[in-house]
Design a protein around this ligand. Structure first.
Ligand SMILES: [Zn+2]
Length: 113
């Protein structure tokens, strides 16, 4: 991987990080606890609200995990450890990194999980 390729991946990670942080801020309200005793809404809409809240929570948890992976990838770039498989320590093919710059395993090791 040359410098230009690495910088392109870093730019991709930074862009995705900003997008995820924004998504988490924007969705903060939807994951808040639904009041169960709101007299203004019926039973069905309460169930809808709870299901919506559950989905919002699951989505936010996924974004938070991705954000953690991205932070890790950026840290490895700083330490010059970026691009090697966590398991077998072989370089991860560039095309795989370009597809998802936050991956930590080569295809073989990822499949073995
Ligand atoms: Zn591997």
């Amino acid at each position: 991987m040359d410098n230009a390729q690495r910088e392109a991946l870093r730019a991709e990670l930074l862009k995705r990080r900003v997008a995820l942080q924004q998504l988490l801020v924007d969705s903060a309200d939807s994951a808040e606890v639904v009041e169960l005793d709101q007299s203004c809404q019926g039973r069905l809409s309460r169930i809808d609200a709870l299901q919506g809240q559950e989905m919002a929570r699951a989505t936010r948890a996924r974004w938070e995990r991705e954000l953690t992976r991205i932070e890790g990838a950026l840290r490895r770039m700083e330490n010059d450890e970026y691009g090697d498989c966590f398991v077998c320590e072989e370089p991860i093919p560039l095309r795989r990194l370009q597809n998802d710059p936050s991956v930590t395993r080569c295809v073989e090791c990822a499949e073995g999980e």
